[in-house]
Design a binder for this molecule. Structure first.
Ligand SMILES: Cc1cc2nc3c(=O)[nH]c(=O)nc-3n(C[C@H](O)[C@H](O)[C@H](O)COP(=O)(O)O)c2cc1C
Length: 297
């Protein structure tokens, strides 16, 4: 089950499912989530920031009904999703809150596949909570992200989202998104799922994926995320008081949030990152512990 606007997550899903489809023993059923109405791409600035409160507060959009048989007991459910504003994207919330998800996930092992810029940890905690609430069994996580430095990939992702251009920019900003190499190598995760399914060893999937470097934790970014998600929550409620998704009444507050976010990213986060690198040598033990915690979770 996946949603993708730009096609990036669709390519990741294709790569992962390759090895699963090349075998007679396994049948792969792919379900694409289709929001109604669809989200714009490329986005205007106002539209892009309008999506913040609903992403953060978990307010779903409408989805076209799924086409698969939700009454079947699938051996493995794979949910490929993306974070929006440190939270699951609005279509991801919509899926997890649907009746279809309730039926599909109950009692089933669920793998999460994330395609993102680089901040997914807080959003994953929510996805895991959804899976547990629906009585599914979280069976592992795979994260593909943009490997460019944080402050460069912020510029290139915004250009990608608002102009639809993903290529190198001004000779400084690397191409935006998950690299082609990482996308094609994601097929190795499909191979791991393939052998776990055939050996009937789904319970070992999580550790096999971790062993194959399916998750890389960057504690400096986790630190920014932890603070960011609290502040986004405050802003989200402040904006929602003025109106629902897309309403003109809340545009003033949406724009205020936009300026706030730009200021935080460029004025505060370089200091936060510098502080992290300064205290890092004294906190190696707790950083290691934190890394292990988020990798295992
Ligand atoms: C509104 C919006 C907010 C986003 N917020 C985040 C974020 O908080 N963390 C992150 O790593 N990526 C973020 N991204 C990037 C997406 O996770 C994703 O990588 C991108 O939208 C392209 O993938 P897709 O077309 O397959 O969805 C955001 C994208 C959008 C459109």
């Amino acid at each position: 089950v996946y949603f993708s606007q730009t096609g990036q997550l669709a390519r990741i899903v294709d790569s992962i499912k390759g090895p699963l489809e090349n075998t007679a023993e396994i049948e792969v059923i792919v379900e694409q989530l289709v929001p109604e109405p669809s989200f714009p791409f490329p986005w205007t600035a106002d539209e892009f920031f309008q999506a913040m409160p609903e992403s953060v507060l978990g307010i779903p959009c409408d989805l076209r009904p799924l086409t698969c048989d939700t009454g079947l007991q699938y051996d493995l459910i794979v949910i490929a999703w993306q974070p929006w504003y440190l939270s699951p994207s609005i279509p991801t919330h919509a899926f997890f809150r649907s009746e279809a998800a309730k039926k599909l996930i109950k009692g089933r092992p669920v793998i999460s596949v994330i395609g993102c810029r680089n901040m997914w940890v807080m959003a994953y905690a929510q996805v895991k909570e959804y899976i547990l609430k629906l009585e599914g069994v979280p069976a592992g996580n795979i994260v593909l992200f943009d490997r460019a430095p944080n402050l460069l990939s912020i510029v290139s992702v915004i250009r990608w989202m608002m102009k639809g251009k993903q290529d190198r920019y001004l000779g400084i900003f690397p191409p935006s998104g998950v690299s082609n190499e990482d996308i094609s190598q994601a097929s190795s995760f499909g191979e791991i799922m393939h052998s776990a399914l055939l050996q009937n060893e789904i319970s070992s999937l999580r550790s096999r994926l971790i062993h194959a470097d399916a998750i890389e934790i960057k504690p400096g970014l986790v630190m920014i995320e932890k603070r960011g998600i609290i502040l986004f929550g405050i802003w989200a409620r402040f904006i929602r008081r003025k109106g629902i998704y897309g309403s003109k009444e809340r545009l003033g507050r949406i724009r205020l949030f936009k300026y706030y976010l730009i200021a935080v990213i460029y004025l505060v986060s370089p200091f936060a990152t510098a502080l992290y690198w300064f205290v890092r040598p004294f906190r190696m033990k707790s950083i290691k512990k934190q890394k292990a915690f988020y990798q295992q979770s």
